[in-house]
Design a protein around this ligand. Sequence first.
Ligand SMILES: *Cc1c(COP(=O)(O)O)cnc(C)c1O
Length: 386
Amino acid sequence: MTHAQNNSKQQKSKELSGIENLIRATLKKHRSPFMLIRKCALRKQYERFRKCLPDVTPYYAIKANPDPRIIKTFVKLGASFDVASAAEMKLVLRLGASPSKIIFANTIKSGEDIEVARRRRVRLMTFDNEPELYKIAKHCPGARVLVRIKVANEGSQVELSLKFGADHDQAYFLLRKAKALGLVPTGVSFHVGSQSKNVENYLQALEVSANIFEESKKNGMPLKIMDIGGGFPIQHFDKEIGVNFERMASQIKKQMKELFDRKVKFIAEPGRFLAGPAGILVTQVIGRTFRNNKNYYYINDGIYGDFSGMVFDHCKYEFKTLRRGQTFLSTLAGPTCDSFDTLSINEEIPELYVGDVVYVKNIGAYSSASATPGFNGFPPAKIILV
Ligand SMILES: *Cc1c(COP(=O)(O)O)cnc(C)c1O
């Protein structure tokens, strides 16, 4: 083993014992289940994004985790925000975000929600169809609009192109139409699908977008904003390969430089990338049995709670325990009276006892946000910022 490898291994184990000490200390003060959100990790991811894509303004997509303390942390860091509804918009405004730092990035909005945007002076929004333009023109005249185009979501964990995005050859006409209706045709947006490890998705989408910029400019309607959406991937497992944000970012940066005018402003809508790595979910074993020749452990959070991402986000997680030593093939299940609430049927983990901790890292995004707390009477896991 090289010196560098040895160092990084030592660093990893130091980090691990730091996390485990934090879990033990928090359990003395709080009952599980709880989600620890490390503010230093929020900050680190935000700064990492800024450093790797210095010309791209990040709009935190709050649907990943709308906890007010997380939003506040990003407000303080100077972030902008991506909201999908009037309620999300009001929340970020209440927490101190300025209306000029908000994008209403749901291509389908109700007339009432668009009214809220007008009243609150949120001017930037996306659309991908003509009926939406009529609605925006009626409820928020003069809005600045970005046309969202359909792009390849090849290999992404969550497909978004099945539901959103105009065909490329329609984009210019839609922007023209926007102008005719008194709106301000401002640019193009796309989303390559969430947890997109495939940089080609971004590179191709930028190429298609650049053509739309070109066509618009040629026709005397130059565009100003290129919105490269979300999808930036994180590592959910310690030994996961194929996630390299730094490399991806440098390829995206190069593509932007080659294809776009220097005057074009770039923005992005990262959700998972900013919130995911900060979250550590801490649960405890509340029951165990031996069936089907295996140990079954029932923990106090499940599919209806912070593991909802296994359903909606198609996410897999790495379950960890505080015990070391011999491992056995085991099943982990949530607390509700539903077989569907089974988290894994093939975990290699040490033997556990009632009261033992099972925890998961990198679970800050699309977890508590999509939970159905209260099902079967189980309360939601507390979110604790540390
Ligand atoms: C969900 C969503 C995002 C955030 O996506 P991530 O993959 O979490 O970065 C950004 N923009 C829009 C329009 C979305 O729907």
